[in-house]
Design a protein around this ligand. Structure first.
Ligand code: FES
Ligand SMILES: [Fe+2]
Length: 397
């Protein structure tokens, strides 16, 4: 359990203790109070179209298989842990199979999790095979093709959890003429820093002109003028951040209802954070997988457009690579500055407070639970930590 009291880690004027990113006991408490209590994104239905299709991923730190039942077509989320002596039973990141066979001693499970066979079973007396299936998460639900699961048998429905964020997800799902698919697979990055830094950096327009200076310079060379991004961030009243409630937030820079993105290839007209582990940036689904207080994996899935040509979708991949690829112009700068250097700096603990107060004085309640901020404000960070604080302490911030 937590070695620090989470209620002491955020002040009323939005200073945040560095321990929020470094304390292993707090990380364990987050797994319990956030990841084992709330809805978690696990997969997209385009990865699970056929009976027997599966993906392996993590619900918090726990390995899971998201699998479409070969018999009734239901999607199950199963713990990827053999009931015999604990080995994970499926290693591939995705595939199609009617069963999962544990490599250790050969116990076999159907793709709905039920135990199909025990090898040389005369060695056991009195095992109840009906009780020995892969453990299922009690709740699975989807919105607009995005599949979520919860370890909690009771609690708010997925629609209640998504609240004001639901229409944005619907817009995401309508990007192509016939929807979207994640068939290009995942592009995985890993860094030695806390998972919440990735969430914070997802809608952080304040950093763009600094961390991405070299990207802006290259762009200026190409178009023969300074690109308008930073000016828009600082002065365009139509660019804004929105606290959507329940930890979710958006940065809008186009029409979030129509999906109009001013003609940028594949890009959404907003960035979006769904608490606690799902983000959308450009043409990308970003699935954040915490590993420990100081280690995180992020899986980036470019969204291809169903019903569009191969050339169109190849173009989306090239744009993705140009910014987020290993030799891209932006993603690696975020890993270096926003994750690695922050993790490094946080080792200095004599004065342990960070500031997330930018724009606090100009937050505007929309009257329906949403709060509106300027594009360069730290409103999305506060939106996230409001729900984090609620989950961790039961109190309000
Ligand atoms: S651990 Fe899976 S069969 Fe033994
Ligand atoms: Fe960035």
């Amino acid at each position: 359990m937590a070695t620090v009291d989470p209620s002491t880690l955020i002040t009323d004027d939005w200073q945040v203790s560095g321990q929020i990113y470094t304390d292993p006991g707090l990380f364990a408490a987050e797994q319990e109070r956030v990841f084992r209590s709330q809805w978690l994104y696990v997969a997209h239905e385009s990865q699970l179209r056929e009976p027997g299709d599966y993906v392996t991923t993590y619900a918090g730190t726990q390995p899971v298989i998201v699998s479409r039942d070969g018999d009734d077509g239901q999607v199950h989320v199963l713990l990827n842990r053999c009931r015999h002596r604990g080995a994970s039973v499926c290693q591939a990141e995705q595939g199609n199979s009617s069963f999962f066979r544990c490599a250790y001693h050969g116990w076999t499970y159907a793709n709905n999790g039920s135990l199909r066979g025990i090898t040389y079973d005369a060695g056991y007396a009195g095992l109840d095979r009906g009780e020995l299936g892969l453990v299922r998460l009690p709740r699975v639900a989807s919105h607009a093709g995005f599949v979520f699961a919860s370890f909690a048998a009771d609690g708010p429905s997925l629609e209640e959890h998504l609240g004001h964020a639901a229409p944005y997800l619907t817009t995401v799902s309508q990007q192509g003429p016939e929807g979207i698919r994640l068939s290009a697979g995942g592009h995985n990055i890993e860094f030695r820093a806390n998972w919440k830094l990735q969430i914070e950096n997802t809608i952080d327009n304040y950093h763009f002109g600094f961390v991405h200076r070299s990207f802006l310079d290259v762009l200026a060379d190409r178009i023969g003028a300074p690109p308008p991004i930073v000016k828009n961030i600082l002065t365009n009243p139509e660019w804004r951040t929105v606290d959507l409630g329940n930890g979710h937030s958006a940065h809008e820079f186009g029409d979030p209802r129509s999906g109009n993105n001013h003609g940028q290839l594949g890009d959404l007209p907003f960035n979006l954070i769904i608490f606690p582990n799902l983000c959308f940036v450009g043409a990308q689904v970003r699935h954040v997988l915490p590993k420990s207080a100081d280690r995180t994996q992020v899986r980036l899935y470019p969204m291809l457009h169903e019903g569009e040509s191969e050339e169109h979708n190849a173009g989306i991949l090239r744009v993705h690579e140009s910014f987020f690829g290993p030799a891209g112009m932006g993603g690696s700068d975020d890993v270096e500055v926003a994750f690695d250097r922050v993790a490094d700096g946080l080792r200095a603990t004599e004065h342990d407070w960070l500031y997330l107060s930018r724009g606090l004085h100009r937050e505007e309640p929309a009257g329906d639970g949403r709060i509106i901020g300027r594009a360069d404000d730290e409103l999305p960070q506060r939106a996230f930590y409001r729900q984090w604080f609620r989950s961790m302490t039961g109190g309000e911030k």
